[in-house]
Design a protein around this ligand. Sequence first.
Ligand SMILES: Nc1ncnc2c1ncn2[C@@H]1O[C@H](COP(=O)(O)OP(=O)(O)OP(=O)(O)O)[C@@H](O)[C@H]1O
Ligand SMILES: O=C(O)c1ccc[n+]([C@@H]2O[C@H](COP(=O)([O-])O)[C@@H](O)[C@H]2O)c1
Length: 202
Amino acid sequence: MGGTFDPIHHGHLVAASEVQSWFDLDEVVFVPTGEPYQKAEREVSTAEHRYLMTVIATASNPRFTVSRVDVDRDGPTYTVDTLTDLHAQHPDADLYFITGADALSNILTWRDSEELFALAEFVGCTRPGYAMDASTLDGMPHDRVTIVEIPALAISSTDCRERTGRGEPVWYLVPDGVVQYISKHGLYARAHLDTTTREESA
Ligand SMILES: Nc1ncnc2c1ncn2[C@@H]1O[C@H](COP(=O)(O)OP(=O)(O)OP(=O)(O)O)[C@@H](O)[C@H]1O
Ligand SMILES: O=C(O)c1ccc[n+]([C@@H]2O[C@H](COP(=O)([O-])O)[C@@H](O)[C@H]2O)c1
């Protein structure tokens, strides 16, 4: 499962757990992005902070691991590189790439999108606020994409950052260790101010 994970939240973890169970996967590898170029218009926490929060959030699940392939690669993060690197590390594994409905609907804009479906099967998880129907899959090879309905959790990293910036709690939206990590490192203290500034100047 690739993501910016700024911060990782229970929506990510439930999606990963459901897909692991649905396909009886041996392992779910969380891959924090190095440089999420499609989020370049906003400030993103350092890759090390996002990587460490992902490690903390996944530590208790024996089937969850975290990969540094995207964090350690220079330049913008492209999933074609992620999957190529993971394939090199696990040459005998069948790879599944887990996404939410919003990310899935953008896949045809991703670099070398025509190659992606040969490298992995894509799993699109339902997500509150993002409709997904047969037309979402237009242009994708239908035998390489599966939609999985997961328990709806209307949680986003954006909302977690903005709540923290306003001094509101994120307990139970993110794992306890991630709440403590955010507090210890003072992450997102300005997130609300940044949003307000953007809205005012729009
Ligand atoms: N609540 C959720 N339910 C299902 N899938 C989710 C949920 N939140 C995120 N995802 C999926 O997890 C992957 C990584 O998401 P990402 O790290 O960008 O989180 P986000 O909450 O969408 O972040 P942001 O609000 O900063 O854009 C994406 O494929 C996204 O669609
Ligand atoms: O390959 C691309 O061009 C591409 C463009 C945008 C997003 N992605 C990947 O999609 C995953 C979710 O990204 P995001 O930005 O929604 O956190 C993550 O693994 C990204 O690297 C990949």
